[in-house]
Design a protein around this ligand. Structure first.
Ligand SMILES: Nc1ncnc2c1ncn2[C@@H]1O[C@H](COP(=O)(O)OP(=O)(O)OP(=O)(O)O)[C@@H](O)[C@H]1O
Ligand SMILES: [Mg+2]
Length: 268
């Protein structure tokens, strides 16, 4: 199925007419977003274009001044990030993705710790460390994260890519419906970035839709099904890696051309 052929599909997440101002600064000026099942939607745009503001409005970190949000077609009103998490939206931030001093398994189960069965767990509140480590290893293996051998390894000793992998695995492991990644490869080397991109593709192949904010055009064009171009608080167009080239996307992003002119270029 073509990823652009969404006419008969219902979006998992939709936004209509999102507006967010900060005093006299307009962060978002009436933005629509649709995220379809099993797609990677990239959000690109220059500094200050409103990408982070958009993502914050979608994930409960900011409350928009106007506009509507829908999950599975039903209106939602997120007041805080936990509201979005409860609706199945997991956001992986570039920093603070994980608790550095804790081991891999503990990070995976952060806030959802499992207790030992029976008296030990219910009364003595003892954690089921062995069980969590075993299941963490299984979750990692299932996502194709092969470089992590030891679930008892503190996260601060992991490489940047491995840390990011733990954060994505955490998001993917708990019945999330949507994963939002804010610049996941910005601080990573080539090998680590490749690992994270592979992970994004793995997550998508399990049917989980992903929103990916990135400045890295080659990465965006490698994994995205659709690309939302944000410019001066508005959506300047939505393109796909097959409909437009990287330089056309950048031209739309910077205002050097418009979506319709770029379409003329690539089809004419
Ligand atoms: N808390 C805030 N207070 C005042 N202005 C803000 C605030 N947050 C964002 N803005 C403004 O809103 C606009 C959009 O910012 P936003 O952070 O969404 O941009 P961005 O596309 O994420 O940029 P970057 O690529 O630099 O991260 C900018 O002009 C910014 O200065
Ligand atoms: Mg930003």
């Amino acid at each position: 199925m073509s990823s652009t052929d969404n006419a008969d599909r219902e979006p998992v997440l939709s936004a209509r007419g999102l507006v967010k101002t900060f005093g006299r600064v307009v962060g978002l000026d009436g933005v629509d977003v649709d995220l379809y099942p099993g797609e990677v939607l990239a959000v690109i745009g220059d500094n200050g274009a409103g990408k982070s503001t958009l993502i914050k409005c979608l994930t409960g970190a900011l409350v928009p001044d106007a506009g509507e949000l829908f999950v599975d077609g039903r209106p939602v009103h997120f007041k805080r990030p936990q509201d979005a998490r409860d609706a199945g939206i997991e956001t992986v931030y570039q920093t603070l993705a994980v608790a550095p001093a804790l081991d891999v398994a503990s990070n995976l189960y952060l806030g959802r710790e499992r207790r030992r069965p029976g008296f030990l767990g219910t009364v003595l509140r003892m954690l089921d460390k062995k069980g969590m480590r075993r299941d963490a290893a299984a979750a990692m293996a299932e996502l194709g994260i092969g470089t992590l051998q030891n679930m008892a390894q503190p996260v601060e000793t992991l490489s940047g890519g491995q840390r990011q992998a733990v954060a994505v695995a955490r998001a993917a492991a708990f019945g999330s419906r949507i994963i939002v990644l804010d610049e996941p490869t910005a601080a990573l080397g080539v090998k680590e970035s490749t690992q994270v991109l592979k992970l994004i593709q793995e997550v998508r192949s399990r049917g989980l839709p992903v929103i990916l904010i990135s400045h890295n055009m080659p990465h965006v064009f490698e994994v995205a099904d659709r690309i939302h171009i944000q410019r001066l608080g508005r959506c300047a167009g939505i393109v796909t890696p097959s409909s437009h080239t990287m330089s056309e996307a950048v031209a739309i992003m910077t205002g050097a051309t418009t979506l319709s002119d770029a379409q003329g270029l690539s089809t004419g």
